[in-house]
Design a protein. Sequence first.
Length: 116
Amino acid sequence: MKKRTNKGQALIEFVFILPIFLFMMLAMFDIGKIFYFKSELTNYLEDVISMYETQMSKKDIEKKIQGQDQKIDLVFEKDGKYTNIELTKDIEIITPGLNLIFENPYQIKVKRVVLS
């Protein structure tokens, strides 16, 4: 009688689990990147509000918040005695399939309303 071995079973399980594991790892990386840049934009927005309150021009504020490798859009909208200040940044999603859930590039927005 031949003795049965289970040597191929682990390989088959590994082949089935590997794509799911890789997708989850890349998705965690992308979602972490989104949360990081949202936090970073919130910090920039607080700085922009401080600069706006000191009557700095929009052009000077844009120069201060632009980094070497990042593109941040700044929008001021006056609405009576209030001003809407909005920062927007596009993030590239690298996980295949995750761009079906999130648009690629994913747009992060933070917005505050201040008294003019």
